[in-house]
Ligand binder design. Structure first.
Ligand SMILES: *[C@@H]1O[C@H](CO)[C@@H](O)[C@H](O)[C@H]1NC(C)=O
Ligand SMILES: *[C@@H]1O[C@H](CO)[C@@H](O)[C@H](O)[C@H]1NC(C)=O
Ligand SMILES: *[C@@H]1O[C@H](CO)[C@@H](O)[C@H](O)[C@H]1NC(C)=O
Length: 266
């Protein structure tokens, strides 16, 4: 039998442990966006000093390959013309799009950042698709012109769809090259816009693939943000030949409004 003092001590400890469990289990939008902002600042300065990288579990991935963060695109300062981030509190991950039109090399960059154990105070993965001159339909100035005009405001509750539906649409989009029925399963909006590299298609539901390829687009990594109706999927675009790729889709009131693709040819 435990004495009264020890019983009190055990109870106090139990309370402490459960409080710690509650705080560490929470992945917040604020924490995700703060980490994404630290990444944007790092890319603007070309210095990773301000990034809180996990000491025990950190990976940098560039164009679908593990790379050295000190020699990748993040080690070069870029003048950033546009940045936009979304947050996925369930996966504890964020997605950031960056466009840099001036400088020795223009860039359009899609980056997912992941955090281990819901702890946004350290970063465990920076996963970047970086397109520059030579990438599919690459023209950062044109891409900037289209994307700057878009409205990515927070959706009203009634305009939002579930996480499952966002993932389903992201997957159906990437399945269009292998599954003849995928295109018709996507709720295209009548005034939607597709910006593939710098190529604009409007309405975006025009001229779609209906199967034909044998190899599905693989290695899919998702960032889903119900508050802006977006899903970003980084993948290997294997249906047309092992290309590092990002596909981002926004749904408004359940209908596709914007599609962005960043695809690196290699
Ligand atoms: C992380 O946080 C999210 C949202 O706060 C929650 O749904 C999820 O269960 C948490 N995961 C873990 C491993 O604690
Ligand atoms: C990122 O975009 C926001 C506006 O959306 C802007 O206030 C901020 O200065 C930008 N950051 C950089 C580094 O350009
Ligand atoms: C490292 O973090 C990633 C999330 O970025 C997680 O999926 C993986 O399980 C972690 N690895 C270890 C060994 O904890």
């Amino acid at each position: 039998m435990l004495g009264r003092k020890s019983r009190l001590a055990v109870r106090a400890l139990a309370i402490l442990v459960s409080a710690a469990a509650v705080t560490s289990a929470e992945c917040t939008r604020e924490g995700l966006l703060a980490a994404a902002d630290s990444y944007i600042a790092a890319q603007a300065s070309g210095s990773i000093d301000g990034l809180k990288l996990s000491a025990t579990n950190f990976t940098y991935q560039l164009n679908n390959k593990v790379a050295d963060i000190k020699t990748g695109v993040l080690s070069q300062p870029l003048k950033i013309d546009l940045n936009r981030s979304t947050a996925d509190t369930v996966a504890c991950a964020s997605y950031t799009m960056l466009i840099s039109t001036t400088g020795a090399k223009p860039y359009v960059i899609s980056t997912q950042i992941r955090h281990q154990d819901n702890d946004t105070s350290t970063i465990s993965l920076i996963d970047t698709i970086a397109a520059t001159t030579g990438a599919l339909f690459f023209n950062a100035q044109k891409t900037l012109g289209y994307i700057q005009k878009e409205n990515w405001g927070t959706l009203e509750e009634g305009q939002r769809v579930s996480r499952e539906e966002l993932k389903r649409v992201g997957d159906a989009y990437l399945d269009m090259w292998t599954d003849a029925k995928a295109a018709d399963s996507i709720p295209w909006g009548t005034d939607c816009e597709r910006v593939e590299g710098s190529q604009l298609t409007r309405p975006c539901g025009a001229t779609l693939p209906h199967g034909g390829s044998q190899k599905p687009n693989g290695n899919r990594r998702y960032v889903i943000d119900e508050t802006v109706g977006s899903v970003d999927v980084l993948c290997s675009f294997d249906s047309l030949g092992n290309m590092p790729d990002s596909h981002e889709v926004r749904l408004e009131s359940g209908k596709v409004k914007y599609v962005h693709t960043v695809t690196v040819l290699q």
